[in-house]
Design a protein. Structure first.
Length: 242
């Protein structure tokens, strides 16, 4: 059976992506770090719409945890594989570079970028053997444009876009596509303390985006029909261009 794994699937964009991929027919593996209550709510919402879901908590920034969790899942699912991988888990720790602490830098790089390497490397073998896969990386406008106060986050997301383009070329012959989405301002916990009233003045659409609007683009890239789209970045930003 073909599964979809969404990292950071407990809340925000990840929850909307889980729900959308479930409606596309995938049993969904919901990864998260610590918020079991939110992850269980995502599972409940999937089941309510007739889908199938399981929880797989691990810290995406911790190589040992990633490998242990994924090895355990693969051990229990000998006949199955993760056909759709959405690398969505992410954090931000904004500060002007002159004040930025070592941990602000390394935690953002580990969670937003190294996680991609740990999780994708482990699951790529299954996709290559089965000769079909979809890898979708959740980048950001910040990785395309660079945003003041986010040198750490912009660096991680820009690197994720570079890795997307390189891996797309490596695995294209195996019918695996690798793409990224680059959301602008989307209403989630991550952006809850931002001043939407002020910021929306510079967004042509005139509002923050909704998680479902990002999930729709991810679902599009996950389809069979999107087989000739690879190494690309889709911006979902209400016209807030770079
Ligand atoms: P969010 O509401 O803060 O949710 C973050 C999710 O990531 C949660 O499910 C959280 O799990 C999980 N997570 C965080 N650190 C983790 C770790 N070390 N291991 C495993 N899971 C971890 O964030 P969001 O707004 O949905 O953002 C999702 C992605 O979109 C991120 O990559 C973010 O950078 C990107 N993005 C967001 C926006 C925006 O405006 N919201 C814009 C551009 C890009 P727990 O529930 O267990 O904490």
């Amino acid at each position: 059976m073909r599964y979809a794994l969404v990292t950071g699937g407990s809340r925000g964009l990840g929850r909307a992506i889980c729900l959308r991929l479930s409606r596309q027919g995938y049993p969904v593996i919901i990864n998260y770090k610590s918020n079991s209550e939110a992850a269980l709510e995502t599972k409940r919402l999937i089941e309510e719409q007739g889908g199938q879901a399981e929880l797989l908590p691990f810290d995406v920034s911790d190589k040992e945890q990633v490998e242990k969790a994924l090895d355990g899942w693969l051990e229990q699912h000998q006949e199955d594989y993760v056909a759709v991988l959405v690398n969505n888990a992410g954090i931000r720790r904004d500060n002007l570079m002159v004040f930025m602490q070592d941990d602000d830098w390394s935690s953002v790089l580990n969670t937003n970028l190294n996680s991609f390497f740990y999780v994708t490397r482990r699951l790529l073998k299954g996709m290559m053997t089965k000769r079909w896969g979809r890898i979708i990386n959740v980048a950001s406008l910040s990785g395309l444009k660079g945003l003041a106060g986010q040198t750490n986050y912009s660096a991680a997301k820009a690197a994720l876009i570079g890795a997307t383009k390189a891996l797309a070329q490596e695995v294209a012959p195996r019918k695996i596509t690798v793409n990224a989405v680059a959301p602008g301002f989307i209403a989630t916990d991550m952006t809850s303390e931002l001043n939407e009233e002020e910021l929306k003045k510079m967004i042509p659409v005139g509002r923050f985006g909704r998680p479902e609007e990002v999930a729709a683009a991810v679902a599009f890239l996950a389809q069979e029909d999107a087989s000739y789209i690879t190494g690309n970045v889709i911006s979902i930003n209400g016209g807030l261009y770079t």
